[in-house]
Design a protein around this ligand. Structure first.
Ligand code: NDP
Length: 262
Protein backbone atom coordinates (compact mmCIF):
# COMPACT_ATOMS: atom_id res chain seq x y z
CA UNK A 1 0.00 0.00 0.00
CA UNK A 2 1.39 3.39 -0.96
CA UNK A 3 1.59 6.17 1.60
CA UNK A 4 -1.04 8.05 -0.36
CA UNK A 5 -3.48 5.11 -0.40
CA UNK A 6 -2.85 4.51 3.27
CA UNK A 7 -3.67 8.13 4.11
CA UNK A 8 -6.94 7.91 2.16
CA UNK A 9 -7.88 4.66 3.89
CA UNK A 10 -7.21 6.22 7.29
CA UNK A 11 -9.27 9.28 6.45
CA UNK A 12 -12.14 7.19 5.06
CA UNK A 13 -12.05 4.03 7.20
CA UNK A 14 -15.71 3.27 6.44
CA UNK A 15 -15.48 3.51 2.67
CA UNK A 16 -17.47 0.64 1.13
CA UNK A 17 -19.67 0.28 4.21
CA UNK A 18 -23.42 0.82 4.39
CA UNK A 19 -24.77 2.31 7.61
CA UNK A 20 -28.35 2.55 8.84
CA UNK A 21 -29.01 5.17 11.52
CA UNK A 22 -32.33 5.39 13.35
CA UNK A 23 -33.37 8.55 15.15
CA UNK A 24 -31.44 10.43 12.50
CA UNK A 25 -33.67 13.52 12.30
CA UNK A 26 -32.07 15.16 15.37
CA UNK A 27 -29.50 14.92 18.12
CA UNK A 28 -27.17 11.95 18.36
CA UNK A 29 -28.52 10.15 15.29
CA UNK A 30 -28.26 13.19 13.04
CA UNK A 31 -24.68 13.91 14.11
CA UNK A 32 -23.73 10.25 13.76
CA UNK A 33 -25.17 9.96 10.26
CA UNK A 34 -23.13 12.96 9.16
CA UNK A 35 -20.00 11.65 10.82
CA UNK A 36 -20.31 8.13 9.40
CA UNK A 37 -20.82 9.65 5.95
CA UNK A 38 -17.71 11.79 6.44
CA UNK A 39 -15.80 8.57 7.20
CA UNK A 40 -16.89 7.15 3.85
CA UNK A 41 -20.00 5.09 4.64
CA UNK A 42 -23.16 5.27 2.57
CA UNK A 43 -25.90 6.10 5.04
CA UNK A 44 -29.63 5.38 5.26
CA UNK A 45 -31.22 7.81 7.70
CA UNK A 46 -34.44 6.78 9.43
CA UNK A 47 -36.91 8.75 11.58
CA UNK A 48 -40.47 10.06 11.22
CA UNK A 49 -39.81 13.71 10.20
CA UNK A 50 -39.22 13.51 6.46
CA UNK A 51 -38.30 17.19 6.07
CA UNK A 52 -35.48 16.90 8.59
CA UNK A 53 -34.19 13.74 6.92
CA UNK A 54 -34.27 15.40 3.50
CA UNK A 55 -32.21 18.32 4.85
CA UNK A 56 -29.70 15.89 6.32
CA UNK A 57 -29.39 13.94 3.07
CA UNK A 58 -28.86 17.20 1.18
CA UNK A 59 -26.07 18.23 3.59
CA UNK A 60 -24.35 14.85 3.30
CA UNK A 61 -24.61 14.93 -0.50
CA UNK A 62 -23.26 18.48 -0.61
CA UNK A 63 -20.22 17.27 1.34
CA UNK A 64 -19.63 14.51 -1.21
CA UNK A 65 -21.32 11.66 0.66
CA UNK A 66 -24.13 9.29 -0.22
CA UNK A 67 -27.33 9.07 1.82
CA UNK A 68 -30.97 8.11 1.45
CA UNK A 69 -33.85 9.23 3.66
CA UNK A 70 -36.45 6.75 4.82
CA UNK A 71 -39.31 8.23 6.79
CA UNK A 72 -40.52 5.50 9.12
CA UNK A 73 -42.05 5.02 12.55
CA UNK A 74 -39.90 2.28 14.04
CA UNK A 75 -42.74 1.10 16.29
CA UNK A 76 -44.42 -0.16 13.09
CA UNK A 77 -42.75 -3.52 12.41
CA UNK A 78 -44.07 -3.83 8.84
CA UNK A 79 -42.87 -0.34 7.96
CA UNK A 80 -39.40 -1.14 9.33
CA UNK A 81 -39.31 -4.33 7.24
CA UNK A 82 -40.16 -2.23 4.18
CA UNK A 83 -37.35 0.19 5.10
CA UNK A 84 -34.93 -2.74 5.26
CA UNK A 85 -36.10 -3.75 1.79
CA UNK A 86 -35.26 -0.28 0.48
CA UNK A 87 -31.78 -0.37 2.05
CA UNK A 88 -31.22 -3.74 0.41
CA UNK A 89 -32.46 -2.57 -2.98
CA UNK A 90 -30.87 0.89 -3.05
CA UNK A 91 -27.62 0.43 -1.10
CA UNK A 92 -27.02 -3.33 -1.26
CA UNK A 93 -27.79 -4.09 2.41
CA UNK A 94 -26.54 -2.75 5.74
CA UNK A 95 -23.29 -3.73 7.47
CA UNK A 96 -23.54 -1.09 10.20
CA UNK A 97 -26.70 -0.49 12.22
CA UNK A 98 -26.77 2.38 14.68
CA UNK A 99 -30.02 1.54 16.50
CA UNK A 100 -30.55 4.83 18.25
CA UNK A 101 -34.14 6.15 18.20
CA UNK A 102 -35.45 6.64 21.72
CA UNK A 103 -37.50 8.80 24.05
CA UNK A 104 -37.05 9.75 27.72
CA UNK A 105 -40.14 10.64 29.76
CA UNK A 106 -39.35 10.66 33.48
CA UNK A 107 -42.00 11.15 36.16
CA UNK A 108 -42.88 9.92 39.65
CA UNK A 109 -44.25 6.40 39.40
CA UNK A 110 -47.15 7.28 41.72
CA UNK A 111 -48.47 9.79 39.18
CA UNK A 112 -49.30 6.86 36.90
CA UNK A 113 -48.46 8.42 33.56
CA UNK A 114 -49.10 5.06 31.97
CA UNK A 115 -49.26 6.59 28.49
CA UNK A 116 -45.66 7.80 28.90
CA UNK A 117 -44.54 4.43 30.29
CA UNK A 118 -46.02 2.79 27.21
CA UNK A 119 -44.46 5.26 24.75
CA UNK A 120 -41.01 4.55 26.18
CA UNK A 121 -41.54 0.79 26.12
CA UNK A 122 -42.97 0.91 22.59
CA UNK A 123 -40.06 2.89 21.15
CA UNK A 124 -37.04 2.05 23.32
CA UNK A 125 -37.78 -1.69 23.48
CA UNK A 126 -40.27 -2.75 20.79
CA UNK A 127 -39.05 -0.23 18.20
CA UNK A 128 -35.44 -1.20 18.88
CA UNK A 129 -36.36 -4.88 18.42
CA UNK A 130 -38.27 -4.16 15.19
CA UNK A 131 -35.09 -2.62 13.79
CA UNK A 132 -32.93 -5.51 14.98
CA UNK A 133 -35.38 -7.98 13.46
CA UNK A 134 -35.44 -6.23 10.12
CA UNK A 135 -31.71 -5.61 9.70
CA UNK A 136 -29.96 -8.52 11.44
CA UNK A 137 -30.21 -10.74 8.33
CA UNK A 138 -28.37 -8.04 6.34
CA UNK A 139 -25.71 -7.68 9.06
CA UNK A 140 -25.11 -11.43 9.28
CA UNK A 141 -24.89 -11.72 5.50
CA UNK A 142 -22.44 -8.81 5.29
CA UNK A 143 -20.34 -10.33 8.06
CA UNK A 144 -20.27 -13.65 6.21
CA UNK A 145 -19.37 -12.09 2.89
CA UNK A 146 -17.03 -9.29 3.95
CA UNK A 147 -15.94 -10.34 7.43
CA UNK A 148 -17.44 -7.52 9.44
CA UNK A 149 -20.67 -5.90 10.53
CA UNK A 150 -21.59 -3.66 13.46
CA UNK A 151 -24.73 -3.54 15.55
CA UNK A 152 -24.47 -0.51 17.83
CA UNK A 153 -27.39 0.12 20.18
CA UNK A 154 -27.93 3.37 22.07
CA UNK A 155 -28.49 2.63 25.72
CA UNK A 156 -27.87 5.16 28.52
CA UNK A 157 -25.94 5.69 31.72
CA UNK A 158 -29.43 5.15 33.20
CA UNK A 159 -28.92 1.46 32.44
CA UNK A 160 -26.23 1.43 35.15
CA UNK A 161 -27.05 4.32 37.48
CA UNK A 162 -30.06 5.19 39.62
CA UNK A 163 -31.99 8.39 38.94
CA UNK A 164 -35.19 8.98 40.97
CA UNK A 165 -38.31 9.24 38.73
CA UNK A 166 -36.45 7.82 35.71
CA UNK A 167 -37.39 4.20 36.54
CA UNK A 168 -39.24 3.23 33.36
CA UNK A 169 -36.77 4.96 31.03
CA UNK A 170 -33.84 3.43 32.92
CA UNK A 171 -35.43 0.00 32.76
CA UNK A 172 -35.91 0.26 28.99
CA UNK A 173 -32.22 1.13 28.68
CA UNK A 174 -31.22 -1.72 31.00
CA UNK A 175 -33.05 -3.91 28.49
CA UNK A 176 -30.94 -2.44 25.68
CA UNK A 177 -27.66 -3.00 27.52
CA UNK A 178 -28.48 -6.54 28.62
CA UNK A 179 -29.85 -7.45 25.21
CA UNK A 180 -26.65 -6.17 23.60
CA UNK A 181 -24.47 -8.38 25.80
CA UNK A 182 -26.53 -11.42 24.87
CA UNK A 183 -26.63 -10.61 21.17
CA UNK A 184 -22.86 -10.22 21.22
CA UNK A 185 -22.50 -13.78 22.46
CA UNK A 186 -24.86 -14.96 19.73
CA UNK A 187 -23.64 -12.85 16.81
CA UNK A 188 -19.95 -12.32 17.63
CA UNK A 189 -19.03 -15.80 16.37
CA UNK A 190 -20.63 -14.73 13.07
CA UNK A 191 -18.35 -11.67 12.92
CA UNK A 192 -21.08 -9.20 13.87
CA UNK A 193 -19.65 -6.85 16.49
CA UNK A 194 -22.30 -5.79 19.01
CA UNK A 195 -21.92 -2.70 21.18
CA UNK A 196 -24.04 -0.70 23.59
CA UNK A 197 -23.26 2.96 24.06
CA UNK A 198 -24.31 4.30 27.46
CA UNK A 199 -24.10 8.11 27.52
CA UNK A 200 -24.69 10.47 30.39
CA UNK A 201 -26.43 13.76 29.59
CA UNK A 202 -26.16 14.89 25.97
CA UNK A 203 -27.76 18.19 24.93
CA UNK A 204 -30.39 17.23 22.29
CA UNK A 205 -34.15 17.41 21.73
CA UNK A 206 -34.50 14.55 24.21
CA UNK A 207 -34.87 16.89 27.18
CA UNK A 208 -37.54 18.99 25.42
CA UNK A 209 -40.06 16.11 25.52
CA UNK A 210 -39.93 15.89 29.32
CA UNK A 211 -43.23 17.00 30.86
CA UNK A 212 -42.38 16.35 34.52
CA UNK A 213 -41.45 19.65 36.16
CA UNK A 214 -39.17 18.11 38.79
CA UNK A 215 -37.13 16.20 36.22
CA UNK A 216 -36.98 19.24 33.93
CA UNK A 217 -35.75 21.42 36.78
CA UNK A 218 -33.11 18.83 37.73
CA UNK A 219 -31.87 18.61 34.14
CA UNK A 220 -31.86 22.39 33.70
CA UNK A 221 -30.11 22.91 37.05
CA UNK A 222 -27.40 20.39 36.16
CA UNK A 223 -26.20 22.79 33.46
CA UNK A 224 -24.86 25.05 36.20
CA UNK A 225 -22.26 22.49 37.26
CA UNK A 226 -21.95 20.14 34.29
CA UNK A 227 -20.93 20.85 30.72
CA UNK A 228 -23.22 18.39 28.94
CA UNK A 229 -21.91 16.13 26.21
CA UNK A 230 -22.67 17.16 22.63
CA UNK A 231 -24.10 14.90 19.94
CA UNK A 232 -20.82 15.03 18.06
CA UNK A 233 -19.09 13.36 21.03
CA UNK A 234 -21.31 10.31 20.62
CA UNK A 235 -21.05 10.46 16.83
CA UNK A 236 -17.27 10.26 17.06
CA UNK A 237 -17.57 7.33 19.45
CA UNK A 238 -19.79 5.48 16.97
CA UNK A 239 -17.29 6.20 14.21
CA UNK A 240 -14.43 4.98 16.40
CA UNK A 241 -16.19 1.71 17.26
CA UNK A 242 -16.94 0.97 13.61
CA UNK A 243 -13.43 1.90 12.43
CA UNK A 244 -11.53 -0.40 14.78
CA UNK A 245 -9.65 -3.39 13.35
CA UNK A 246 -12.09 -6.20 12.68
CA UNK A 247 -10.75 -8.28 15.56
CA UNK A 248 -11.70 -5.56 18.07
CA UNK A 249 -15.16 -5.21 19.61
CA UNK A 250 -16.08 -2.64 22.28
CA UNK A 251 -19.13 -4.31 23.86
CA UNK A 252 -20.01 -1.50 26.24
CA UNK A 253 -19.04 2.16 26.07
CA UNK A 254 -19.98 4.21 29.13
CA UNK A 255 -19.45 7.85 28.19
CA UNK A 256 -20.08 10.66 30.64
CA UNK A 257 -19.75 14.43 30.86
CA UNK A 258 -16.55 14.92 32.84
CA UNK A 259 -18.35 16.70 35.68
CA UNK A 260 -21.44 14.41 35.85
CA UNK A 261 -20.79 12.23 38.91
CA UNK A 262 -23.33 9.50 38.13
P1 NDP B 1 -33.55 13.31 20.17
O1 NDP B 1 -34.90 13.53 20.76
O2 NDP B 1 -32.84 14.48 19.59
O3 NDP B 1 -33.61 12.17 19.06
C1 NDP B 1 -34.55 11.12 19.09
C2 NDP B 1 -34.70 10.58 17.67
O4 NDP B 1 -35.60 9.47 17.68
C3 NDP B 1 -35.29 11.62 16.72
O5 NDP B 1 -34.58 11.56 15.50
C4 NDP B 1 -36.71 11.17 16.52
O6 NDP B 1 -37.14 11.55 15.23
C5 NDP B 1 -36.55 9.65 16.63
N1 NDP B 1 -37.80 8.99 16.93
C6 NDP B 1 -38.63 9.24 17.97
N2 NDP B 1 -39.70 8.45 17.89
C7 NDP B 1 -39.55 7.69 16.77
C8 NDP B 1 -40.34 6.71 16.14
N3 NDP B 1 -41.50 6.30 16.67
N4 NDP B 1 -39.89 6.16 15.00
C9 NDP B 1 -38.71 6.58 14.45
N5 NDP B 1 -37.92 7.48 15.01
C10 NDP B 1 -38.34 8.04 16.15
O7 NDP B 1 -32.69 12.67 21.32
P2 NDP B 1 -31.21 12.03 21.39
O8 NDP B 1 -30.48 12.25 20.15
O9 NDP B 1 -30.65 12.48 22.66
O10 NDP B 1 -31.59 10.50 21.56
C11 NDP B 1 -31.00 9.45 20.83
C12 NDP B 1 -30.84 8.26 21.74
O11 NDP B 1 -29.91 8.56 22.76
C13 NDP B 1 -32.11 7.82 22.47
O12 NDP B 1 -32.20 6.41 22.44
C14 NDP B 1 -31.88 8.29 23.89
O13 NDP B 1 -32.59 7.54 24.83
C15 NDP B 1 -30.38 8.10 24.01
N6 NDP B 1 -29.70 8.84 25.05
C16 NDP B 1 -29.75 10.22 25.07
C17 NDP B 1 -29.13 10.90 26.09
C18 NDP B 1 -29.24 12.38 26.21
O14 NDP B 1 -28.94 12.93 27.30
N7 NDP B 1 -29.63 13.09 25.17
C19 NDP B 1 -28.39 10.20 27.15
C20 NDP B 1 -28.39 8.77 27.02
C21 NDP B 1 -29.01 8.13 26.01
P3 NDP B 1 -38.65 11.81 14.75
O15 NDP B 1 -39.32 12.57 15.85
O16 NDP B 1 -38.45 12.60 13.50
O17 NDP B 1 -39.23 10.46 14.50
Amino acid sequence: MTTETSAVTTAMPLRGRVAVVTGASSGIGEASAEHLASLGAKVAVLARRADRLDDLVARISKDGGTAIAISVDVTDAAAVQAAAGRVEAELGGADLLFNNAGVMLPGPVEELHTDQWQRQIDLNISGLMNVIGAFTPQLVRAAGERGVADLINTSSSAAQNLYPTFAVYAATKAFVSHLSKHLRVELGPKNVRVSAIEPGIVGTELQSHVTDEGASAWLEGSKETIEWLQSVDIAQTVGFIASLPLRVNLPQVFIMPTAQPS
